[in-house]
Every structure is written in structure tokens, then in C-alpha cells.
Design a binder for this molecule. Sequence first.
Ligand code: 5GP
Ligand code: ZN
Length: 115
Amino acid sequence: MKDDSCLFCRIISGEIPSTSVYEDENVFAFKDINPQAPVHIVIVPKDHISCADDISSTNSSAVAACFEAIPVIAKEQGLTNGYRVINNCKEDGGQSVMHLHFHLIGGKKLAEKIV
Ligand code: 5GP
Ligand code: ZN
């Protein structure tokens, strides 16, 4: 369900422009406006889920769809040597947009590992 106050819902609907790199029935992916690496893609479920804390058995298929899209997008983006997938959840996790999303980051050797 679209949340009209949600930035990523508005990007998914096309109301706010983005550089889309992938779309299917359940998933939308676009270039991050403030890339942290040569490739930085934001992958979102089309259904509004606020954050990882709201994932449940009723909506987890949308999460699975995002993860099924990851290798497809990674291949299209030329990330043959690997990449990192990051989710920030709520305040302590540093989440700034409250629509569940996964950052796909790569295109260089990533050094800023915390785990
Ligand atoms: P978070 O901090 O919530 O994990 O990630 C939100 C991401 O969305 C940030 O990396 C930020 O650069 C990106 N972002 C915020 N606003 C926009 C926008 O209007 N367009 C695009 N393409 N990315 C955005
Ligand atoms: Zn949303």
C-alpha cells in the first residue's frame, strides 16, 4: 500500500524522479542520490514496509523478492567481484527514510567494514 507521505513510495510511483535500474512486480531499485561507492543502488519493496523491524510472515515475500533481485542487479551493474548489502534500521541503525530498503554497494574494494 502506498504511503503518500513516504519519499520512497513517491519515487516508486514516479511522482519523484529517480534513476531506476531495475523494476519487477514487487521490487523497485534506483541509484542513490548520494552514492558512497561507484555503484550504490537502493532496493525497495513496492509495498510500504517501514523498516526491518516490521518484517513479518505476512510481508516477508516482499523482502525475499528484494533479495532475489540483488544478483540480477549486481550482474547488470558489473559487480562481478562482489559487493555489500546494507540495511539501516530505525534511529540506532541510522535509517533516514522510513521505507524498508537495502543498499547495494560496490564497484571498488570496500574498506569501511564494521562486521
Ligand atoms: P538510509 O539512511 O535510510 O539507510 O538510506 C536512505 C538513502 O536514501 C540515503 O543513502 C540517501 O542518499 C538516499 N536518498 C534520500 N533521498 C533520496 C532521493 O530523493 N533520491 C534518491 N535517489 N535517493 C535518496
Ligand atoms: Zn513507502
